[in-house]
Design a protein around this ligand. Structure first.
Ligand SMILES: *Cc1c(COP(=O)(O)O)cnc(C)c1O
Length: 447
C-alpha cells in the first residue's frame, strides 16, 4: 500500500502498546476487504464461508468468574490479549467486531468502534476528546448536522467552536488557544468539494502538541466519508482520528445506516465506554451488509464511480449554462495539486472520488435555474434521482443550500461557499452517458 510520505503519523503517547496487525503481511487491500484478518477470533470459520449475522442481545457465560472477567476487561484494552468475552450486544458483539477490524485495517488505525449512524460516531469522537471549557477549531463548511451539533448543542455544554478556513494554515495557528483540544474537518468538504491539506494541518498541530503536556494535546479528527479509505487515508497523513458515515459509500448499497471512529489505542476504552453509556451502538444486522456487501465491493464501486464522475465533470465544465464545477479530478480544480498528492487509492493511483459540486448560471439573485434543472430531473430523469445521501449504486442529485445544508444559516452558507444555485451530485455505477443525458436535458431548460 502506497501512502504519502509528507506527513508522519502522530502518536499522542509514546508508551509501548499492543499492536494488532490486522492486515496479513503481503496481502493486497482488495483481498483484505473480502477476507478480513484471515481467521477471526470473533467467529469460528470452520463452517461459514460468509460471516454470519449474529443476533443475540445477551451471551451465555460459563460461570460467574468469566462474567466478572468480561466486565473487568471491557474497555480496558485487555480483551485484545485474552480474546473477547461477549456479555451484551451494546458492549461488544462479533459481527460488528469483524467489521471494526476491517475498518481499522483499511484506515491503518489501531482500533475502530462502530456506531448506529455517522452522527453518533462524530458525536462520540468529539464527546471523548472535549469537555466543558474546551475549544474546538473546525472548518467553516461542514455536513449540516455536524454544524448543528457544534453550534446548537455544544454551547450549552460550554464547549465553543471557532469556525475558520482551514485551507489557511496561518489562520489555524492563530485560532489555537491553550483551551483548544480538537481540530475537526471534512476533506473533500461537503458539499463544496474544497480540500483541506491534512499534512499541513498536522504540521501546525504537531508543533503545538510538542510543547504541551499529556492530557492537553490537540486531536485532529477527519471526517473521511466523502473520500472513503479507498481514496484517502488521513491517519497516514498525520490525523489522529478518522470518522465515517458508513451509511454512504462504505455501506454502498443504501440499505443500512452506520458510523465508525478509527482511533489510536489509547482512546479505544473511552470510545467503548461512550458507546456503552450513550447507547448508539451499530446493530449487528446493519453491520452485516456493510461487512459482507459494502467493504468487499468498495474498490470496484469506487473505481467505476470515479471514472464516470470524471466524464460527468468534464461534460458539466464545458456546458454554457454551468457557472463552475468543483471536482478534485479536474485539472482546473483550484487545489488540483493537493488533490493529486492527498487523494490516492490503495495502490497509490490518483483517486478523486465520486462527488461533484456545480453551480448553474443565474440571471437574477434567485436560484431559478438550479431548481428548474433539479426539478426536471426529479420528475423526468432516468439515471439521476433527487435524494439526499450519497455513495450508492444509483446516482443522486440534490440542492445543498435548500436541503442538506438548510440547517446552516444563509449568511454562513454564503461564507462557506454553499451557493443557493449549487447542485451536488453523487455518481453511481450507471453508464455515464445515461447520467449525462439527464443533466443535458435538464440544463436545456435553464434560461
Ligand atoms: C452523511 C454524512 C454524515 C452523517 O452520517 P449519518 O450516517 O447520516 O448520521 C456525516 N458526515 C458526512 C460528510 C456525511 O456525508
Amino acid at each position: 500500500m502506497s501512502q504519502s510520505r509528507r506527513g508522519k503519523s502522530i502518536r499522542l503517547d509514546t508508551k509501548p502498546k499492543p499492536r494488532h496487525r490486522k492486515v496479513p503481511d503481503g496481502v493486497a487491500m482488495e483481498s483484505f476487504l473480502i477476507h478480513g484478518p484471515s481467521i477471526s477470533e470473533k467467529w469460528d470459520f470452520r463452517h461459514h464461508v460468509i460471516p454470519p449475522i449474529s443476533s443475540s442481545v445477551t451471551y451465555r457465560l460459563e460461570d460467574t468468574e468469566r462474567g466478572g472477567q468480561g466486565f473487568r476487561e471491557y474497555a480496558s484494552g485487555e480483551a485484545h490479549r485474552t480474546g473477547p468475552i461477549y456479555i451484551y450486544d451494546r458492549l461488544d458483539e462479533p459481527t460488528r467486531g469483524m467489521l471494526e477490524d476491517e475498518l481499522a485495517g483499511v484506515e491503518g488505525g489501531d482500533n475502530c468502534v462502530c456506531f448506529a449512524t455517522g452522527m453518533a460516531a462524530i458525536s462520540a469522537a468529539l464527546g471523548i476528546t472535549l469537555k466543558a471549557g474546551d475549544e474546538l477549531v473546525a472548518h467553516k463548511t461542514l455536513y449540516g448536522c455536524t454544524y448543528s451539533l457544534i453550534t446548537n448543542w455544544y454551547p450549552k455544554l460550554n464547549i465553543s467552536a471557532r469556525l475558520i478556513d482551514l485551507r489557511d494554515a496561518a489562520a489555524l495557528e492563530k485560532s489555537i488557544t491553550p483551551k483548544t483540544r480538537c481540530v475537526y474537518f471534512e476533506t473533500p468538504v461537503n458539499p463544496t468539494m474544497e480540500l483541506i491539506d491534512i499534512a499541513a494541518v498536522a504540521e501546525v498541530v504537531h508543533r503545538v502538541n510538542d510543547k504541551r503536556k499529556e492530557g492537553e494535546k490537540i486531536y485532529i479528527i477527519v471526517d473521511n466519508t466523502f473520500a472513503t479509505p479507498f481514496c484517502q487515508r488521513p491517519l497516514a497523513l498525520g490525523a489522529h482520528i478518522v470518522v465515517h458515515s458508513l451509511t454512504k459509500n462504505i455501506g454502498g448499497f443504501g440499505t443500512d445506516m452506520g458510523g465508525a471512529v478509527i482511533a489510536p489505542h489509547e482512546l479505544e476504552g473511552q470510545l467503548l465506554l461512550y458507546r456503552k453509556d450513550f447507547g448508539g451502538a451499530l446493530a449487528p444486522k446493519s453491520a452485516w451488509p456493510i461487512l459482507v456487501y459494502g467493504l468487499p465491493t468498495l474498490p470496484l464501486r469506487l473505481k467505476k464511480q470515479q471514472e464516470s464522475a470524471y466524464e460527468v465533470a468534464r461534460f458539466l465544465r464545458g456546458h454554457p449554462k454551468v457557472k463552475r464545477v468543483a471536482y478534485p479530478g479536474l485539472e482546473d480544480h483550484p487545489q488540483f495539486a493537493l488533490a493529486k498528492q492527498q487523494m490516492r487509492d490503495l495502490h497509490g493511483e490518483f483517486a478523486p472520488g465520486n462527488m461533484i459540486y456545480f453551480e448553474t448560471i443565474e440571471k437574477g439573485a434567485e436560484p431559478k435555474n438550479s431548481v428548474k434543472v433539479v426539478d426536471w430531473i426529479a420528475k423526468n430523469g432516468y439515471a439521476l434521482t433527487l435524494a439526499v445521501s450519497l455513495g450508492q449504486l444509483r446516482s443522486l442529485i440534490e440542492n445543498p443550500g435548500a436541503m442538506t445544508h438548510a440547517a446552516v444559516p444563509a449568511e454562513k452558507r454564503a461564507e462557506g461557499g454553499i451557493a443557493p444555485n449549487g447542485i451536488r451530485l453523487s455518481i453511481g455505477i450507471e453508464h455515464p452517458d445515461d447520467i449525462i443525458r439527464d443533466l443535458e436535458r435538464g440544463l436545456e431548460l435553464a434560461d
